[in-house]
Design a protein around this ligand. Sequence first.
Ligand code: CP
Length: 303
Amino acid sequence: MAKDIITVNELTKEEIIKIVNTAIDIKKNPVRYENRLRGKALLLLFQKSSTRTRIAFELGMKKLGGTTIVMDWGKSNFAISPLRYEARYIADMVDAILARLIKNEDVCELARSASVPVINGCCDMYHPSQVLADLMTVYEASGGFDTSMAYIGIQNNVANSLFYACLKVGVKLIFVTPLKDRIPDDFEMRAKKSKIFKETLNLEYAVLNSKFLYTDTWINMEEYNREDLSAERDKKIKTMAAYQINRRLIENRNVRIMHDMPVHPGLEIDEYAINCGMSVIFQQAENRMYAGQALLLYLLDTL
Ligand code: CP
């Protein structure tokens, strides 16, 4: 049966470490991996906008010798036919699917219906390919996973996959999440059981006890330009304003700054934090491609 990556929790600690190590090796020795996926085809299906995920997987697949087809959900017949039948047909034509869909239920239905591996390219609940790149970045900066991170922001899709990934590999994780957008069903149970996870609203405690500070957008991409949500957006921004990662919080602190991008200077982060010497944000974004390539190699059985 094809392995699907919907949350990141489908991977064992050993598999994650293997993917991260392969990603680091691809980055150092790209020529060694040319043509490793020759003859393979990847469909990239987007219901939402993307910069990094598209570039990471489209360029990444091509650099491995494979072929890609990029499909906009709205311009395909997914919009007018049951998802399960479109998925079944596609699985006869390609070797893997990367899908950025709005709802987790749709990603799960796609995975159930397609007989090839499905990678969740970011839904309302999870963003697994992002957090593999995040772990790669942490590994590069720290030489391993014996380290600590605070996620400061709204508990969202990125935070949920980060939670699973950090707990799995042993990165100590603190959540400073005054607002919660989406929470997995097993979150409370896992959070309670874990000896390396804490939740607090004490920002100073989180900064003092973390080697990495990670933040993400306060506004979901599909909510940005919706007039009807402007009051809700303003309320969120007001609540979150005290949790911005900025110069005042990080200056003269030995802490690295992470953000999965796109960034929104003046909201969750300021210009100083994006551009300071401790920022690994652009390294993290670049790593999306190597981590994506390593994941494709793993799923298509050539790792
Ligand atoms: N971080 C991330 O997924 O970037 P894009 O939304 O641009 O793909």
